[in-house]
Design a protein around this ligand. Structure first.
Ligand SMILES: [Zn+2]
Length: 229
């Protein structure tokens, strides 16, 4: 933000106050806006204050953009559900858990690996309560879990693109020996098999044909999607 833009912003919002966001790993203390001509204007703590927030990059609020995108997506699927940001997540904001009402599936987002490069809980070793199965979605910062590549043949990935002041999520499908195929997260579907894109539909259909002993047809036809209501 340039100095003139900040001046306009202050005139538009004279009563706004600013706080260091605890959902971003911040300390919750007040911030002030600093107007500069020689560098980019920014928010700052009071001098001599030590903040707990360690991540300040463009991607540091991706979990909040994802949470909002998930609320919109759940509504668009005709479902109801709850989106949780577990407080135990390390680093902060690296986990999002989605519980869908009336569905036997849950969604587990792991946006960033821990400091050892590990995704923590082994996927497949699900922590979903009862009989629910989880679809796991991983950020870009770590290796694809082998359990999933071997078990179901793909791994869901998530990445974000900056559009104006927004961070827009894209869902990727990673397979062994192939490039990751990306689609806007908003276009993903929820089926009885779980989170779904055209690529995943084809992988699941091919594996079903393989399991049934039928010869595998080249991918091409898109399988119909049954919706979870
Ligand atoms: Zn702070």
């Amino acid at each position: 933000m340039e100095a003139a833009e900040l001046t306009r912003w202050r005139q538009l919002h004279p009563r706004y106050t600013y706080w260091c966001g605890s959902l971003l790993g911040g300390c919750g203390e007040p911030l002030t806006d600093r107007r500069y001509h020689s560098k980019v204007c920014h928010f700052a703590h009071h001098p001599h204050h030590t903040c707990t927030r360690t991540a300040n990059g463009e991607d540091s609020a991706d979990h909040l953009f994802m949470k909002r995108a998930l609320h919109n997506w759940i509504g668009s699927q005709g479902c109801k559900g709850a989106v949780h940001l577990p407080k135990s997540a390390t680093p902060p904001g690296s986990m999002i858990d989605v519980d869908l009402k009336g569905s036997l599936r849950q969604l587990r987002f792991r946006l960033r690996p821990d400091s050892n490069g590990s995704w923590g809980l082994a996927p497949g070793n699900t922590d979903a309560p009862g009989d629910k199965e989880a679809d796991w979605v991983f950020g870009l910062g770590g290796p694809a879990p082998k359990e999933l590549l071997d078990g179901v043949g793909y791994v869901f990935r998530i990445r974000f693109e900056t559009h104006g002041a927004e961070r827009c999520p894209y869902l990727g499908v990673q397979q062994r020996g192939k490039g990751t195929e990306w689609t806007p997260f908003a276009t993903a579907a929820l089926t009885t098999d779980g989170l779904s894109t055209p690529t995943v539909d084809e992988i699941r259909a091919a594996r079903r044909r393989s399991t049934a002993g039928a010869p595998i047809q080249p991918a091409g036809g898109r399988s119909p999607r049954s919706r979870v209501m």
